[in-house]
Design a protein around this ligand. Structure first.
Ligand code: GLN
Length: 282
C-alpha cells in the first residue's frame, strides 16, 4: 500500500534526480491532477492509500515530466490572473511575467480607456491577455489575432470555457487581415527569443510552438515590423503595450518614439528585467 504522502516523497526525489526545479511542487501538481483535487487538499489526504488505478497514470505523468514535458501540458491548465486557461502544444505556455503585464494594464491603462474600449491582443496564443481583458472589462470589444490557426482554436476554446462573449478571433499575419481599424489598447506578447538562443533554451521550451518563440537573429524582427503598424492604429489617447526579452528595451523604446508615440517607458518584471515597453498616442 502506498499513501499520498509516500507517493509525493518518492515522486519528488525522482524528479529531483531528473533535474527538475521545484520538484516537490511539480509532484504535488501531478498528484492533485490525478486525484482531481487541489494541491492544498493533498495535505488533508496524506494518509490516504492510492489505488493502482491512480498510481499507474501517475507513473506515466512522472516519467514524462522527468523527460522534460512541461508541467502545464501534463495538467493541461494554467492559472492566469485567477482564471484557468486550457494549455497544450497549440499555443505558448502562459508565463508568469505576462500575468504581470495584464495586472499592470488593468490597474493603470484600463481606467483611462473609453467606457466601451476597443482592445486588440496581437499574437494572442492561448488567449490569456486578450481574454483576461475581455473578462475584466465586459463593455470592451476585444479582438484576438494570431497567425496560427491552432493557437486561435485554443483561444476560442478558452473563451467558451470562460464564457467570454465580447471577443472575436482573427487569423492574421500581424495586421494583414485586420485593415485600418483603430483601437484604444493594443497588447502584444510576440515571439522575441533570438534564434541564436535556440540551442541553450530549457528543454521544456521545445514543447512551445517555435512560431511563438523565435523572432529572427536578435529576436526583434517581428516587433520591428509590428510597432509602426500598431502605432498607426491607436485611437487618440490609446495605449500600446509589449512584452519583450532581455536587452530589447532600448530598441523597443526607440521604435515606439519613432512611431510618434509619447509617454514611452519600460516597466520591469518582478525579476527586475526591463520587460514591458508601454506608450500612448497623444
Ligand atoms: N518569455 C518566453 C521565454 O522566455 C518567450 C515568449 C515570447 O517569445 N513571447 O521563453
Amino acid at each position: 500500500m502506498t499513501t499520498v504522502l509516500e507517493t509525493l516523497d518518492k515522486g519528488t526525489s525522482y524528479l529531483t534526480k531528473k533535474g527538475i526545479e521545484d520538484a516537490r511542487r511539480n509532484m504535488q501538481m501531478l498528484v492533485a491532477h490525478q486525484l482531481a483535487c487541489t494541491r492544498m487538499d493533498l495535505y488533508l489526504r496524506f494518509d490516504q492509500p492510492l489505488e493502482e488505478s491512480d498510481l499507474a497514470p501517475l507513473r506515466e505523468l512522472l516519467k514524462k515530466r522527468g523527460e522534460g514535458v512541461p508541467i502545464q501540458h501534463l495538467v493541461g491548465l494554467v492559472t492566469f490572473h485567477r482564471r484557468d486557461f486550457k494549455c497544450d502544444g497549440r499555443g505558448l505556455i502562459p508565463r508568469p511575467e505576462t500575468e504581470e503585464l495584464a495586472e499592470w494594464l488593468l490597474k493603470n491603462a484600463c481606467p483611462t480607456l473609453p467606457a466601451s474600449p476597443r482592445i486588440l491582443d496581437m499574437g494572442c496564443g492561448s488567449g490569456v491577455l486578450g481574454l483576461t481583458l475581455a473578462a475584466e472589462i465586459p463593455a470592451a470589444a476585444v479582438t484576438l489575432a494570431d497567425l496560427s490557426p491552432d493557437a486561435l482554436a485554443l483561444s476560442r476554446e478558452n473563451a467558451a470555457e470562460l464564457e467570454v462573449t465580447n471577443a472575436r478571433f482573427v487569423e492574421s499575419d500581424l495586421f494583414s487581415a485586420l485593415g485600418e481599424e483603430t483601437y484604444d489598447l493594443i497588447v502584444a506578447n510576440l515571439p522575441y527569443v533570438p534564434e541564436a538562443d535556440r540551442p541553450t533554451l530549457a528543454r521544456e521550451l521545445a514543447h512551445d510552438p517555435a512560431l511563438a518563440l523565435f523572432g529572427g537573429p536578435d529576436g526583434m524582427d517581428i516587433i520591428r515590423k509590428f510597432v509602426p503598424e500598431a502605432a498607426r492604429r491607436l485611437a487618440p489617447g490609446g495605449w500600446l503595450a509589449l512584452e519583450i526579452g532581455i536587452d530589447q528595451a532600448p530598441e523597443s523604446e526607440a521604435l515606439l518614439g519613432t512611431a510618434g508615440l509619447t509617454e514611452v517607458k519600460t516597466l520591469n518584471d518582478l525579476s527586475g528585467i526591463a520587460r514591458f515597453p508601454t506608450a500612448r498616442r497623444a
